[in-house]
Design a protein. Structure first.
Length: 242
């Protein structure tokens, strides 16, 4: 069952006419290695990358797709921002829950993290530095955004995890090195989310603080596995501040 459930009503026709689709050079090669997500399309909305001041990489959840997460961009400031949403193979970044032993999610997990690295390079090549690049994800995508930032620490424009937590070593904790150098990190989740144990959210906040992030953590009593207006408002203000 798809875990991409959004409280806000998305009207795709509002933004589909503006969405641009970029196919990496490897798309036609049908990569036969274990790089399962390589060559999948990256959807774009907002400002063209070569004209934008900042960029947001948006990561969808299990069973959803790039169009779904990109729909959030219609609620965010688009005056200076390019939004990029990569597509997972078969709409799933990794097969098992993030709290399962990490080896059960390989090699899909490593491939997913490589996708983020590739899109981040695309953004950097367009002249937008990491400190003006934001990572946002929902559910599986939120776990990926946090994990990538923790494994590749530097100053980012922001990291926004909506109903997600660090993957670490799945069922075991992980030690991270480096500094996020004051990166704003937002963690929003329900206290009763079946997919995301709230204890993992708290743990993620502590880890990100230890890496030097400025962490905002909001736990919403009784909320489902979804995105709410308070989270969107927080993210939008952060986007405008970059």
């Amino acid at each position: 069952m798809a875990d991409e459930l959004i409280l806000l009503t998305f009207v795709h026709s509002v933004i589909l006419s503006k969405i641009r689709i970029h196919y990496p050079n490897s798309f036609m090669l049908q990569n036969q290695s274990h790089d399962y997500h390589a060559g999948r399309p990256v959807l774009n909305n907002g400002q063209p990358l070569d004209k934008a001041r900042n960029a947001m990489i948006m990561l969808h959840g299990r069973g959803a797709g790039a169009y779904d997460i990109l729909s959030l961009s219609q609620y965010l400031s688009q005056e200076r921002t390019a939004f990029l949403a990569p597509q997972a193979a078969n709409n799933t970044w990794y097969p098992n829950r993030f709290i399962e032993p990490v080896e059960t999610n390989e090699p899909w997990l490593s491939s997913a993290l490589s996708v983020i690295e590739s899109v981040l390079k695309q953004v950097a090549d367009a002249g937008i530095p990491a400190e003006r690049t934001l990572l946002l994800g929902f559910s599986q995508g939120a776990c990926l955004a946090l994990e990538f930032a923790a494994q590749h620490p530097q100053r980012y424009g922001g990291v926004f995890a909506l109903s997600g937590a660090l993957i670490e070593n799945g069922d075991q904790q992980r030690e991270y090195d480096g500094s996020l150098a004051g990166t704003p990190v937002f963690l929003g989740c329900s206290d009763v989310d079946f997919h995301i144990p709230v204890e993992r959210v708290y743990r993620s906040g502590e880890v990100m603080k230890a890496l030097g992030a400025e962490v905002t953590q909001r736990i919403y009593p009784g909320m489902g596995h979804t995105v709410n207006e308070d989270e969107i408002e927080w993210v939008n203000e952060a986007v405008k501040a970059v």
